[in-house]
Design a protein around this ligand. Structure first.
Ligand code: PMP
Ligand code: GLN
Length: 403
Protein backbone atom coordinates (compact mmCIF):
# COMPACT_ATOMS: atom_id res chain seq x y z
CA UNK A 1 0.00 0.00 0.00
CA UNK A 2 1.15 3.59 -0.62
CA UNK A 3 2.85 5.23 2.29
CA UNK A 4 0.66 8.26 1.78
CA UNK A 5 -3.04 7.75 1.11
CA UNK A 6 -4.26 11.35 1.28
CA UNK A 7 -3.92 13.78 -1.63
CA UNK A 8 -1.62 16.76 -1.15
CA UNK A 9 -4.50 19.18 -1.63
CA UNK A 10 -5.74 18.47 1.89
CA UNK A 11 -2.40 19.13 3.55
CA UNK A 12 -2.97 21.60 6.36
CA UNK A 13 -6.78 21.15 6.31
CA UNK A 14 -7.49 20.11 9.89
CA UNK A 15 -10.69 19.52 11.88
CA UNK A 16 -12.93 22.60 11.96
CA UNK A 17 -12.83 24.52 15.24
CA UNK A 18 -16.65 24.25 15.39
CA UNK A 19 -16.50 20.45 15.45
CA UNK A 20 -13.73 20.51 18.06
CA UNK A 21 -15.38 22.95 20.47
CA UNK A 22 -18.86 21.42 20.13
CA UNK A 23 -17.46 17.95 20.99
CA UNK A 24 -15.58 19.41 23.97
CA UNK A 25 -18.72 21.27 25.11
CA UNK A 26 -20.76 18.04 25.03
CA UNK A 27 -18.07 16.16 26.97
CA UNK A 28 -18.00 18.82 29.72
CA UNK A 29 -21.73 19.49 29.75
CA UNK A 30 -20.97 23.13 29.00
CA UNK A 31 -23.34 25.96 28.10
CA UNK A 32 -22.60 26.07 24.37
CA UNK A 33 -22.13 29.65 23.12
CA UNK A 34 -19.59 28.37 20.58
CA UNK A 35 -20.82 26.97 17.25
CA UNK A 36 -23.26 29.28 15.48
CA UNK A 37 -26.62 27.55 15.48
CA UNK A 38 -29.88 28.37 17.24
CA UNK A 39 -30.75 26.16 20.23
CA UNK A 40 -34.36 27.40 20.15
CA UNK A 41 -37.24 25.94 18.15
CA UNK A 42 -37.60 26.83 14.46
CA UNK A 43 -40.82 28.77 13.69
CA UNK A 44 -43.94 26.61 13.33
CA UNK A 45 -44.83 27.91 9.84
CA UNK A 46 -41.35 26.86 8.69
CA UNK A 47 -41.53 23.36 10.18
CA UNK A 48 -45.10 22.80 8.99
CA UNK A 49 -44.19 23.66 5.41
CA UNK A 50 -41.50 20.95 5.27
CA UNK A 51 -43.68 18.39 7.06
CA UNK A 52 -46.47 19.00 4.54
CA UNK A 53 -44.20 18.44 1.52
CA UNK A 54 -42.76 15.27 3.04
CA UNK A 55 -46.29 13.96 3.72
CA UNK A 56 -47.42 14.88 0.22
CA UNK A 57 -44.50 12.86 -1.11
CA UNK A 58 -42.25 15.42 -2.71
CA UNK A 59 -39.39 13.22 -1.66
CA UNK A 60 -37.45 12.44 -4.86
CA UNK A 61 -34.61 14.29 -6.56
CA UNK A 62 -35.26 17.92 -7.35
CA UNK A 63 -34.02 19.43 -10.62
CA UNK A 64 -30.28 20.09 -10.29
CA UNK A 65 -30.49 23.94 -10.40
CA UNK A 66 -33.29 23.84 -7.80
CA UNK A 67 -37.07 23.32 -7.69
CA UNK A 68 -38.48 25.76 -10.32
CA UNK A 69 -41.13 27.26 -7.99
CA UNK A 70 -38.42 27.92 -5.39
CA UNK A 71 -36.24 29.70 -7.94
CA UNK A 72 -39.27 31.79 -8.88
CA UNK A 73 -39.91 32.62 -5.20
CA UNK A 74 -36.23 33.55 -4.79
CA UNK A 75 -36.47 35.89 -7.79
CA UNK A 76 -39.48 37.59 -6.14
CA UNK A 77 -37.51 37.78 -2.89
CA UNK A 78 -34.58 39.44 -4.71
CA UNK A 79 -37.12 42.10 -5.75
CA UNK A 80 -38.20 42.55 -2.10
CA UNK A 81 -34.58 43.08 -1.11
CA UNK A 82 -33.58 45.27 -4.05
CA UNK A 83 -36.81 46.94 -5.25
CA UNK A 84 -35.05 49.51 -7.44
CA UNK A 85 -32.67 47.06 -9.15
CA UNK A 86 -33.17 44.89 -12.24
CA UNK A 87 -35.03 41.62 -11.67
CA UNK A 88 -33.14 38.32 -11.79
CA UNK A 89 -34.05 35.44 -14.09
CA UNK A 90 -34.99 32.34 -12.06
CA UNK A 91 -34.07 29.99 -14.92
CA UNK A 92 -30.66 31.41 -15.74
CA UNK A 93 -29.45 33.34 -12.70
CA UNK A 94 -30.44 31.36 -9.57
CA UNK A 95 -29.01 28.05 -8.31
CA UNK A 96 -30.10 26.15 -5.19
CA UNK A 97 -27.63 23.85 -3.42
CA UNK A 98 -26.81 22.17 -0.11
CA UNK A 99 -26.24 25.31 1.93
CA UNK A 100 -23.88 28.23 1.54
CA UNK A 101 -20.97 25.90 2.28
CA UNK A 102 -21.53 23.94 -0.92
CA UNK A 103 -22.10 27.09 -2.96
CA UNK A 104 -18.87 28.65 -1.69
CA UNK A 105 -17.03 25.54 -2.77
CA UNK A 106 -18.84 25.41 -6.13
CA UNK A 107 -18.16 29.11 -6.72
CA UNK A 108 -14.44 28.76 -5.97
CA UNK A 109 -14.07 25.66 -8.16
CA UNK A 110 -16.06 27.38 -10.92
CA UNK A 111 -13.89 30.51 -11.03
CA UNK A 112 -10.38 29.85 -9.66
CA UNK A 113 -7.64 28.16 -11.69
CA UNK A 114 -4.58 26.58 -10.03
CA UNK A 115 -2.12 29.35 -9.20
CA UNK A 116 -4.79 32.09 -9.16
CA UNK A 117 -4.92 34.40 -6.15
CA UNK A 118 -8.05 34.98 -4.08
CA UNK A 119 -8.36 37.94 -1.71
CA UNK A 120 -10.02 37.36 1.67
CA UNK A 121 -10.55 39.82 4.53
CA UNK A 122 -9.18 38.50 7.79
CA UNK A 123 -10.51 37.38 10.24
CA UNK A 124 -12.32 35.11 7.78
CA UNK A 125 -14.89 32.33 8.05
CA UNK A 126 -12.93 29.10 8.31
CA UNK A 127 -14.18 27.51 5.07
CA UNK A 128 -12.66 30.06 2.66
CA UNK A 129 -8.92 29.35 2.77
CA UNK A 130 -9.30 25.52 2.59
CA UNK A 131 -11.77 25.97 -0.30
CA UNK A 132 -9.26 28.12 -2.18
CA UNK A 133 -6.35 25.78 -1.51
CA UNK A 134 -8.35 22.71 -2.58
CA UNK A 135 -8.94 24.47 -5.92
CA UNK A 136 -5.16 25.02 -6.22
CA UNK A 137 -5.54 28.76 -5.56
CA UNK A 138 -3.58 30.99 -3.21
CA UNK A 139 -5.29 33.04 -0.47
CA UNK A 140 -4.12 36.64 -0.01
CA UNK A 141 -5.40 38.15 3.23
CA UNK A 142 -6.24 41.77 3.99
CA UNK A 143 -6.57 42.70 7.67
CA UNK A 144 -9.69 44.11 9.27
CA UNK A 145 -8.81 46.21 12.34
CA UNK A 146 -10.77 46.27 15.59
CA UNK A 147 -12.80 47.76 17.17
CA UNK A 148 -14.96 48.54 14.10
CA UNK A 149 -13.14 46.21 11.71
CA UNK A 150 -12.24 48.74 9.07
CA UNK A 151 -9.67 47.90 6.40
CA UNK A 152 -6.90 50.04 4.98
CA UNK A 153 -7.70 50.81 1.32
CA UNK A 154 -3.95 50.89 0.54
CA UNK A 155 -3.55 47.36 1.95
CA UNK A 156 -6.48 46.17 -0.15
CA UNK A 157 -5.16 47.81 -3.28
CA UNK A 158 -1.71 46.27 -2.69
CA UNK A 159 -3.27 42.79 -2.49
CA UNK A 160 -4.63 43.06 -6.07
CA UNK A 161 -2.40 42.08 -8.96
CA UNK A 162 -2.42 40.34 -12.35
CA UNK A 163 -2.96 36.91 -10.72
CA UNK A 164 -5.97 38.00 -8.64
CA UNK A 165 -8.97 36.03 -9.84
CA UNK A 166 -11.56 36.39 -7.08
CA UNK A 167 -12.34 38.18 -3.82
CA UNK A 168 -14.42 36.50 -1.13
CA UNK A 169 -16.54 38.98 0.77
CA UNK A 170 -18.67 38.24 3.83
CA UNK A 171 -21.22 40.78 5.00
CA UNK A 172 -22.66 40.78 7.65
CA UNK A 173 -19.35 39.34 8.77
CA UNK A 174 -18.58 36.27 10.83
CA UNK A 175 -16.95 36.53 13.40
CA UNK A 176 -16.78 40.34 13.82
CA UNK A 177 -20.39 41.43 13.19
CA UNK A 178 -19.17 44.09 10.74
CA UNK A 179 -21.65 45.15 8.06
CA UNK A 180 -19.66 46.51 5.10
CA UNK A 181 -20.75 50.08 4.34
CA UNK A 182 -21.48 51.48 0.89
CA UNK A 183 -18.11 53.28 1.01
CA UNK A 184 -16.32 49.98 1.83
CA UNK A 185 -18.10 48.21 -1.02
CA UNK A 186 -17.34 51.01 -3.49
CA UNK A 187 -13.61 50.70 -2.77
CA UNK A 188 -13.80 46.93 -3.28
CA UNK A 189 -15.92 47.26 -6.44
CA UNK A 190 -13.56 49.81 -8.04
CA UNK A 191 -10.58 47.47 -7.55
CA UNK A 192 -12.54 44.47 -8.86
CA UNK A 193 -13.40 46.43 -12.03
CA UNK A 194 -9.82 47.61 -12.42
CA UNK A 195 -8.35 44.09 -12.10
CA UNK A 196 -11.28 42.18 -13.68
CA UNK A 197 -11.94 40.18 -10.50
CA UNK A 198 -15.00 38.08 -9.58
CA UNK A 199 -16.60 38.61 -6.16
CA UNK A 200 -17.94 35.66 -4.19
CA UNK A 201 -20.19 37.39 -1.67
CA UNK A 202 -21.24 35.32 1.34
CA UNK A 203 -24.37 37.00 2.72
CA UNK A 204 -25.81 34.26 4.94
CA UNK A 205 -26.55 36.78 7.74
CA UNK A 206 -28.27 39.20 5.33
CA UNK A 207 -31.42 39.45 7.46
CA UNK A 208 -29.69 39.74 10.85
CA UNK A 209 -28.60 43.37 11.20
CA UNK A 210 -28.88 45.91 14.00
CA UNK A 211 -27.64 49.49 13.71
CA UNK A 212 -26.69 49.04 10.05
CA UNK A 213 -28.29 48.20 6.72
CA UNK A 214 -27.12 45.23 4.70
CA UNK A 215 -26.06 46.04 1.16
CA UNK A 216 -25.30 43.47 -1.57
CA UNK A 217 -22.20 44.37 -3.60
CA UNK A 218 -23.95 42.89 -6.67
CA UNK A 219 -26.27 45.92 -6.65
CA UNK A 220 -23.44 48.45 -7.12
CA UNK A 221 -23.02 49.82 -10.66
CA UNK A 222 -21.62 47.18 -13.01
CA UNK A 223 -21.12 44.61 -10.25
CA UNK A 224 -23.95 42.16 -10.98
CA UNK A 225 -22.04 40.57 -13.85
CA UNK A 226 -18.96 39.89 -11.74
CA UNK A 227 -20.58 38.77 -8.45
CA UNK A 228 -21.86 35.45 -7.13
CA UNK A 229 -24.18 36.33 -4.23
CA UNK A 230 -24.63 33.45 -1.80
CA UNK A 231 -27.31 33.20 0.89
CA UNK A 232 -28.83 30.41 2.96
CA UNK A 233 -32.03 29.72 4.86
CA UNK A 234 -30.13 28.28 7.84
CA UNK A 235 -29.68 31.54 9.77
CA UNK A 236 -32.72 33.42 8.50
CA UNK A 237 -35.21 30.70 9.37
CA UNK A 238 -33.31 29.06 12.27
CA UNK A 239 -32.91 25.72 10.46
CA UNK A 240 -29.14 25.28 10.03
CA UNK A 241 -29.65 21.50 9.65
CA UNK A 242 -31.76 21.85 6.50
CA UNK A 243 -28.78 22.95 4.40
CA UNK A 244 -30.60 24.85 1.69
CA UNK A 245 -28.69 27.75 0.14
CA UNK A 246 -28.89 29.68 -3.11
CA UNK A 247 -26.66 31.71 -5.37
CA UNK A 248 -27.65 34.62 -7.59
CA UNK A 249 -25.27 35.40 -10.46
CA UNK A 250 -25.19 36.35 -14.14
CA UNK A 251 -26.11 33.62 -16.64
CA UNK A 252 -22.42 33.09 -17.49
CA UNK A 253 -21.33 32.69 -13.84
CA UNK A 254 -24.45 30.63 -13.04
CA UNK A 255 -23.67 28.24 -15.86
CA UNK A 256 -20.12 27.71 -14.48
CA UNK A 257 -21.47 27.29 -10.95
CA UNK A 258 -24.08 24.76 -12.03
CA UNK A 259 -21.43 22.74 -13.90
CA UNK A 260 -19.68 22.17 -10.55
CA UNK A 261 -22.85 21.79 -8.46
CA UNK A 262 -24.24 19.01 -10.66
CA UNK A 263 -21.24 16.82 -9.86
CA UNK A 264 -20.79 17.81 -6.22
CA UNK A 265 -24.28 17.11 -4.85
CA UNK A 266 -26.41 17.32 -8.04
CA UNK A 267 -29.32 18.54 -5.89
CA UNK A 268 -30.42 19.04 -2.27
CA UNK A 269 -33.41 18.16 -0.04
CA UNK A 270 -36.54 18.45 -2.20
CA UNK A 271 -39.13 18.91 0.61
CA UNK A 272 -36.98 21.64 2.18
CA UNK A 273 -36.70 23.44 -1.15
CA UNK A 274 -40.47 23.17 -1.64
CA UNK A 275 -40.94 24.45 1.91
CA UNK A 276 -38.74 27.49 1.29
CA UNK A 277 -40.86 28.35 -1.75
CA UNK A 278 -43.87 28.57 0.62
CA UNK A 279 -41.99 30.26 3.46
CA UNK A 280 -40.53 33.24 1.56
CA UNK A 281 -43.84 34.94 0.65
CA UNK A 282 -45.28 34.30 4.13
CA UNK A 283 -42.19 35.79 5.80
CA UNK A 284 -42.34 38.88 3.57
CA UNK A 285 -46.07 39.38 4.19
CA UNK A 286 -46.09 38.79 7.96
CA UNK A 287 -43.21 41.01 9.11
CA UNK A 288 -41.07 37.97 9.93
CA UNK A 289 -37.75 39.72 9.24
CA UNK A 290 -38.44 42.64 11.61
CA UNK A 291 -39.36 40.18 14.35
CA UNK A 292 -36.19 38.15 13.66
CA UNK A 293 -34.05 41.29 14.09
CA UNK A 294 -35.96 42.30 17.23
CA UNK A 295 -35.49 38.85 18.81
CA UNK A 296 -31.78 38.88 17.99
CA UNK A 297 -31.38 42.41 19.35
CA UNK A 298 -32.84 41.21 22.67
CA UNK A 299 -30.55 38.18 22.79
CA UNK A 300 -27.56 40.33 21.88
CA UNK A 301 -28.34 42.82 24.65
CA UNK A 302 -28.83 40.02 27.18
CA UNK A 303 -25.51 38.36 26.27
CA UNK A 304 -23.81 41.79 26.40
CA UNK A 305 -25.06 42.25 29.98
CA UNK A 306 -23.94 38.74 30.98
CA UNK A 307 -20.47 39.25 29.49
CA UNK A 308 -20.09 42.69 31.08
CA UNK A 309 -20.90 41.25 34.50
CA UNK A 310 -17.95 38.91 33.96
CA UNK A 311 -15.79 41.92 32.98
CA UNK A 312 -15.72 40.69 29.37
CA UNK A 313 -16.62 43.88 27.55
CA UNK A 314 -17.85 42.97 24.03
CA UNK A 315 -16.91 44.92 20.92
CA UNK A 316 -19.81 46.60 19.07
CA UNK A 317 -21.63 44.49 16.45
CA UNK A 318 -23.76 45.62 13.50
CA UNK A 319 -24.98 42.24 12.27
CA UNK A 320 -24.79 38.40 12.46
CA UNK A 321 -25.14 36.68 15.84
CA UNK A 322 -21.75 36.78 17.54
CA UNK A 323 -20.06 38.98 20.15
CA UNK A 324 -16.28 39.28 20.45
CA UNK A 325 -14.59 39.99 23.77
CA UNK A 326 -10.97 40.72 24.62
CA UNK A 327 -9.67 38.04 26.95
CA UNK A 328 -6.31 39.65 27.78
CA UNK A 329 -5.13 40.43 31.32
CA UNK A 330 -6.55 37.35 33.01
CA UNK A 331 -3.57 35.03 32.95
CA UNK A 332 -4.60 32.95 29.92
CA UNK A 333 -2.08 32.04 27.26
CA UNK A 334 -4.03 33.44 24.28
CA UNK A 335 -7.57 32.86 23.02
CA UNK A 336 -7.18 29.12 22.31
CA UNK A 337 -6.06 28.50 25.90
CA UNK A 338 -8.88 30.73 27.15
CA UNK A 339 -11.54 28.84 25.17
CA UNK A 340 -10.18 25.42 26.10
CA UNK A 341 -10.16 26.32 29.79
CA UNK A 342 -13.48 28.14 29.59
CA UNK A 343 -15.10 24.84 28.57
CA UNK A 344 -13.20 22.52 30.90
CA UNK A 345 -12.98 24.71 34.03
CA UNK A 346 -15.92 27.14 33.74
CA UNK A 347 -18.40 25.07 31.69
CA UNK A 348 -19.03 27.61 28.89
CA UNK A 349 -18.06 27.10 25.23
CA UNK A 350 -16.82 29.96 23.01
CA UNK A 351 -14.75 30.01 19.81
CA UNK A 352 -11.18 31.38 19.69
CA UNK A 353 -10.97 34.07 17.00
CA UNK A 354 -7.48 32.87 16.02
CA UNK A 355 -9.30 30.02 14.19
CA UNK A 356 -10.35 32.70 11.68
CA UNK A 357 -6.74 33.64 10.79
CA UNK A 358 -4.46 31.81 8.35
CA UNK A 359 -1.60 32.63 10.74
CA UNK A 360 -3.04 32.46 14.29
CA UNK A 361 -0.08 34.52 15.56
CA UNK A 362 -1.57 37.56 13.78
CA UNK A 363 -4.84 37.20 15.68
CA UNK A 364 -5.86 39.55 18.51
CA UNK A 365 -6.78 37.73 21.75
CA UNK A 366 -10.55 37.64 21.31
CA UNK A 367 -13.18 35.02 22.08
CA UNK A 368 -16.40 34.71 20.05
CA UNK A 369 -19.67 34.13 21.91
CA UNK A 370 -22.80 33.20 19.95
CA UNK A 371 -26.16 34.71 20.92
CA UNK A 372 -28.34 32.52 18.69
CA UNK A 373 -29.42 30.90 21.93
CA UNK A 374 -32.48 30.77 24.18
CA UNK A 375 -32.51 33.48 26.83
CA UNK A 376 -32.40 30.67 29.41
CA UNK A 377 -29.18 29.36 27.82
CA UNK A 378 -27.56 32.80 27.89
CA UNK A 379 -28.70 33.30 31.50
CA UNK A 380 -27.31 29.88 32.47
CA UNK A 381 -23.86 31.07 31.35
CA UNK A 382 -23.93 34.05 33.77
CA UNK A 383 -23.00 32.31 37.06
CA UNK A 384 -20.42 30.20 35.25
CA UNK A 385 -18.72 33.24 33.72
CA UNK A 386 -18.92 35.40 36.86
CA UNK A 387 -15.64 34.12 38.44
CA UNK A 388 -13.77 35.52 35.42
CA UNK A 389 -14.40 39.04 36.71
CA UNK A 390 -12.16 38.30 39.69
CA UNK A 391 -9.35 36.98 37.52
CA UNK A 392 -8.20 40.26 36.04
CA UNK A 393 -4.56 40.74 36.88
CA UNK A 394 -4.20 44.28 38.39
CA UNK A 395 -2.47 46.81 36.18
CA UNK A 396 -3.08 44.91 32.93
CA UNK A 397 -4.39 46.53 29.80
CA UNK A 398 -8.00 47.47 29.29
CA UNK A 399 -9.84 45.09 26.96
CA UNK A 400 -9.98 47.67 24.14
CA UNK A 401 -6.21 47.58 23.66
CA UNK A 402 -4.64 45.12 21.26
CA UNK A 403 -3.82 44.42 17.62
N1 PMP B 1 -20.79 31.43 5.67
C1 PMP B 1 -20.72 31.93 6.92
C2 PMP B 1 -20.12 33.27 7.13
C3 PMP B 1 -21.21 31.19 7.98
O1 PMP B 1 -21.14 31.67 9.22
C4 PMP B 1 -21.77 29.92 7.73
C5 PMP B 1 -22.19 29.03 8.86
N2 PMP B 1 -23.08 29.15 9.46
C6 PMP B 1 -21.85 29.46 6.43
C7 PMP B 1 -21.34 30.23 5.42
C8 PMP B 1 -22.45 28.13 6.09
O2 PMP B 1 -23.79 28.21 5.78
P1 PMP B 1 -24.66 26.90 5.47
O3 PMP B 1 -25.02 26.31 6.77
O4 PMP B 1 -25.82 27.38 4.69
O5 PMP B 1 -23.79 25.96 4.67
N1 GLN C 1 -21.19 29.06 10.77
C1 GLN C 1 -21.17 28.46 12.06
C2 GLN C 1 -20.27 29.29 12.97
O1 GLN C 1 -19.60 30.18 12.52
C3 GLN C 1 -20.68 27.05 12.09
C4 GLN C 1 -20.82 26.24 10.87
C5 GLN C 1 -20.06 24.96 11.00
O2 GLN C 1 -20.10 24.32 12.02
N2 GLN C 1 -19.31 24.65 9.99
O3 GLN C 1 -20.20 29.05 14.13
Amino acid sequence: MRERLAAERIDGVGTSIFTEITALAARHDAVNLGQGFPDFAAPDFVKEAAARHIREDRNQYAASPGVPRLREALAVDWRRRHPDKPAVDPDLEITVAAGATELLHDAILATVNPGDEVIVFEPAYDAYAPGVSMAGGITRTVALFQPNWSFDAAHLSAAFGPRTRALILNTPHNPTGKVFSRADLEIIADLCHQYDVTVISDEVYSEITFEATHLSIATLPGMFDRTITIDSMGKTFSVTGWKIGWAVASAALTSALRAVHQFVTFTSGTPFQEALADILPIAARDGYYDKLREDYRRRRDLLTRVLKQADLDPLPVEGAYFLLTDIGGRGFDGDADFCRRLVTEFGVAAIPTSAFYTDPRRAPALARFCFAKKEATIEAAAPRLAPLARRRVPGTAHPRSGI
